[in-house]
Design a binder for this molecule. Structure first.
Ligand SMILES: [Zn+2]
Length: 555
């Protein structure tokens, strides 16, 4: 039995203190100044960063052009920029506290900025232009409550809430962009144009032997070479951290997630490929992404330290490989646009877990106190297991030249598309290619609300034959001219496809933007409506229904 998560002995504290950089007259973070009894509020983050700015004026407040300044509840959305010393720097964005109960990234980011200003990381400081947002979920950040996440070793202040004040999980909001925070983030992508996006979290409860888990962008339909490079970055950082005593691996859970005592897991699997996650979405925009998940049962101080170490190791790697990063991102952008010259590009609608490798995992059975808090380990076994931490795309379809969206929905569809940075044209500007109509073959309506919406999953195909419902209005030339036209042969065409194709696992159809037309109850007295999206040009066959090596579907 190995007891864990108890405070280090005083001698260890003394050694750790000696190893830390001298604070001198530099401002101290809230955990530092309270012996880790508290985590910072939005005002305290602002106070710390303002104090750093006074000490080192290179650090300046940052606000993206055309971005909201506050959440719906009035909490300020605050970020800071630390421009690089060199002119050809890579831009990197650090996001923290999107789940405001997972506070470690918020504290680690403040430490990292101070250390950059103190000159402790000269290569990264020279070659990386940073924007940091330590308290992204500003609503949740200030709602500190010791009752939240009581299963983890917590500061006495408690930690914040997972969701924003409207009950939205901001880490499911990237496609529908309902929250002001998301529109701020999308505006930041346009304005700052980062090469790499970090999103810093803490795990939610599964038991394993890693101090930190991570993920690259897993976005379905992102450039394959970019995803491979994103994974290589993290594999190499992992190998470097191993020699420094920080065991890290791809974020995931055992199969099954909850193991009975003595049960041997069948493997390890990562999470979702949908772009609704902040760490997946950048892949669709041809950017690298890094999800960081501190291990929930480490001490509060250790979780901050682990997150700091991991982020710094990634930043050092990125600075050292900045030429390669720039090349891979440039090629990903060119691949998409060049694919239109070579014919019609195709994108997948689904994926299966892929067997990535075999890896060594510590399977831990925890000891818990009467409140359910982990106080040690009953057992720990090291097993070699199959690891499913990548996705094999399937159901690839040749994408159309673009989509037309019924003008009746322009008032809510156009703002979302433009928030993503997608070019939207009038329907009259559409190419004179044949129109394709969506023929629905099956649908699934979710049994429960999720993020304020009932999910709708459609299956079907685009075909040239119009077969309207009786009494449904036909599309006229005027209707077509007044519709929105969204071409896919634009730099963010991948994002536009996954927002607008009716079969997209994370599109506007799924998120309820067209429910008035598509979810008609028997009690409706009105006549049927036409399908509100048309495809312009392009093939409509499934070209690659190739099931991956793992049976489990991700839909
Ligand atoms: Zn989280």
């Amino acid at each position: 039995m190995i007891l864990r998560n108890h405070p280090p002995a005083p001698l260890v504290w003394a050694v750790l203190a000696c190893a830390m950089p001298s604070a001198g007259d530099w401002p101290r973070t809230v955990p530092e100044s309270t012996r880790h009894a508290r985590t910072s509020t939005v005002a305290e983050v602002r106070g710390f960063m303002a104090a750093l700015s006074r000490r080192a004026p290179a650090l300046v407040p940052y606000r993206p052009r055309h971005a909201p300044m506050a959440t719906e509840a009035g909490k300020p959305l605050l970020a800071w920029r630390l421009p690089a010393a060199s002119k050809d720097a890579l831009r990197v964005y650090l996001n923290a506290n999107i789940h405001a109960g997972e506070v470690e990234g918020k504290e680690a980011v403040q430490l990292i900025v101070r250390e950059f200003l103190q000159g402790l990381h000269p290569a990264a400081r020279r070659h990386l232009d940073l924007v940091v947002c330590p308290a992204y979920n500003a609503d949740g950040t200030d709602a500190l409550d010791p009752a939240i996440r009581r299963y983890q070793p917590n500061p006495e202040s408690g930690v914040g809430r997972r969701e924003n004040s409207r009950g939205l999980d901001l880490n499911r909001d990237l496609m529908k962009a309902q929250a002001a925070n998301t529109r701020w983030f999308l505006a930041m992508l346009k304005d700052f144009d980062p090469a790499v996006v970090f999103d810093l979290h803490t795990t939610n409860g599964s038991y394993h032997g890693f101090h930190l888990t991570y993920a690259p962008s897993l976005a379905l339909g992102a450039d394959p070479d970019l995803l491979t490079f994103n994974r290589r970055l993290l594999n190499e950082v992992r190998d470097g951290l191993k020699s420094r005593g920080l065991p890290a691996y791809d974020y995931g859970n055992f199969r099954p997630e909850s193991l009975k005592p003595g049960e041997v897991p069948a493997g390890w699997e990562t999470f979702d490929f949908r772009p609704r996650y902040l760490s997946n979405y950048p892949g669709l925009q041809n950017r690298l992404a890094i999800l960081s998940e501190a291990y929930v049962y480490r001490s509060y101080a250790d979780r901050i330290a682990d997150t700091r170490t991991f982020v710094l190791a990634c930043l050092d790697w990125i600075a050292a490989h900045r030429g390669e990063v720039r090349r891979v991102l440039g090629e990903a952008r060119r691949h998409w646009m060049d694919s239109w010259q070579a014919g019609t590009p195709s994108l997948p609608l689904a994926a299966d877990f892929a067997l990535t490798e075999r890896h060594s995992f510590d399977v831990v059975q925890p000891l818990k106190d009467a409140d359910g808090r982990v106080i040690g380990e009953a057992s720990r076994a090291t097993l070699d297991l199959p690891s499913f931490v990548t996705w094999a795309p399937r159901e690839s379809i040749a994408v159309p030249e673009g989509y037309l969206v019924d003008a009746a929905y322009a008032f809510k569809v156009r703002p979302v598309l433009e928030a993503h940075g997608i070019k939207v044209l009038p329907g009259s500007a559409r190419p004179r290619s044949p129109l394709n109509f969506f023929h629905e073959t099956s649908r699934t309506v979710a049994a429960q609300f999720f993020q304020g919406s009932i999910g709708l999953t459609l299956k079907g195909a685009w075909t040239p034959e119009e077969s309207p419902l009786p009494k449904a209005p036909r599309w006229t030339r005027v209707d077509l001219d007044q519709a929105l036209y969204v071409p896919l042969d634009q730099p963010l065409g991948r994002v536009a496809f996954y927002l607008l194709d009716p079969r997209s696992p994370d599109g506007l159809v799924t998120w309820g933007f067209f429910h008035e037309s598509l979810l008609r109850s028997d009690g409706a007295w009105g006549e049927p409506l036409r399908f509100p999206i048309l495809a312009v040009g392009g093939a409509h066959d499934i070209v690659g229904a190739d099931p991956g090596p793992s049976a489990k579907k991700a839909e």
